[in-house]
Ligand binder design. Structure first.
Ligand code: AHM
Ligand code: MG
Length: 334
């Protein structure tokens, strides 16, 4: 374990010696981390606070919102709107972009987030999290939704905070992946792992098996071969996990390897997938790539996809490199 290096110190060092982050980006990341601390507090209260249950409203994706989805969204907006580091924000929970109000100075960054990912897990006390992605606003006056439509490869910072048995913030600014654990006594995130590497091989896969009959042939082939274990072409037994919180599944993969899939399926053939490109797939894909893994939609690197709308969906296959490459090959062979 690294010795008591706070997130603040880590970011200052990244700024000073590595030159990865300008001061405005450092401020932005500190503010996001502070917001995650507040969200963690709210999540922790559970039934003791006024935070549980449905908000009786739907988001733009037609999904029912939980009270905590809305609380987390508000915490992130309120924390970030006044600092002068942002031009605008976009969220899974808001239809359009949120432009920083005129009463505050406008910065040069754009922040996207899924304020509370995996919210079906709130009531059952299973890990949930906040996912975020940071882009630079293209030059020019004003800010519009069009400014957000940049490929994931353009991200300047990305991360998530998982609210589980521990609250852990995981971050990349393009110089590898670092993990920070929230020390509740100190009230700060402390660096606990650096230079995270996802093993290239794995015997663990994560997919919602109940959708099997709806999958495409390449995904069926891959999972079927895993299930055959030592009797099949892979000649080894596989293990399966599905947390139903992408943050939880990705966190496991960054910790011990594995492959995560939420592929396109026939339930809604017109949608490319369930997960959203800009604030779920892109930040997670960059973290995974920064840790030596890979991320595709089956055919194309996720980070290369040019988005055409803010809430665009995408098929996601990410994790240990050799498995992701195998699944991609199955897609090309099909
Ligand atoms: P959410 O952002 O509305 O919470 O949905 C995203 C979540 C992911 O975290 C998770 O991987 C997936 O949806 C689980 O979906 P399912 O319930 O279909 O297994
Ligand atoms: Mg989500």
């Amino acid at each position: 374990m690294t010795k008591n290096i706070s997130l603040t110190r880590y970011l200052v060092e990244q700024q000073r010696s590595e030159g990865h982050i300008p001061s405005q980006l450092r401020l932005l990341l500190e503010v996001v981390a502070r917001a995650c601390k507040s969200i963690s507090q709210a999540v922790n209260k559970g039934d003791l606070g006024e935070v549980m249950g449905s908000a009786e409203s739907e988001n733009i994706q037609g999904e029912m919102q939980k009270k905590l989805d809305i609380i987390a969204n508000e915490v992130l907006i309120e924390a970030n709107e006044w600092g002068g580091h942002l031009a605008a924000m976009a969220s899974e929970e808001m239809e359009g972009i949120y432009v920083v109000p005129n009463r505050y100075p406008q910065g040069e960054y754009l922040l996207l987030f899924d304020p509370l990912d995996g919210s079906s897990n709130i009531e059952v006390n299973v890990s949930i999290g906040t996912i975020f992605s940071v882009l630079l606003k293209p030059e020019g006056a004003g800010v519009s939704e069009q400014d957000f439509l940049q490929a994931g490869a353009k991200q300047v910072a990305a991360g998530y905070c998982v609210y589980g048995p521990q609250t852990t913030l995981v971050l990349t600014v393009g110089d590898g992946v670092a993990m920070f654990t929230l020390d509740r006594e100190q009230g700060s995130f402390i660096l606990t792992k650096e230079n995270i590497k996802v093993p290239e091989d794995t015997i663990e896969f994560a997919i919602n098996m109940s959708n099997m009959r709806h999958w495409d042939a390449p995904v069926k082939r891959y999972v079927d071969e895993c299930l055959q274990g030592t009797d099949g072409p892979r000649a080894k037994d596989f293990n399966m996990r599905w947390i139903a919180s992408m943050v939880g599944d990705v966190h496991r993969i960054l910790t011990r390897g594995g492959v995560f899939m939420y592929p396109w399926d026939k339930r809604e053939p017109n949608k490319p997938g369930k997960l959203r490109l800009m604030y779920e797939a892109n930040p997670m894909s960059w973290l995974i790539e920064q840790a030596g893994g890979a991320a595709t939609n089956g055919k194309e690197r996720i980070l290369d996809i040019a988005p055409s709308k803010l809430h665009e969906r995408v098929s996601v296959i990410l994790g240990s490199k050799n498995e992701v490459e195998r699944i991609t090959r199955y897609h090309h062979e099909a």
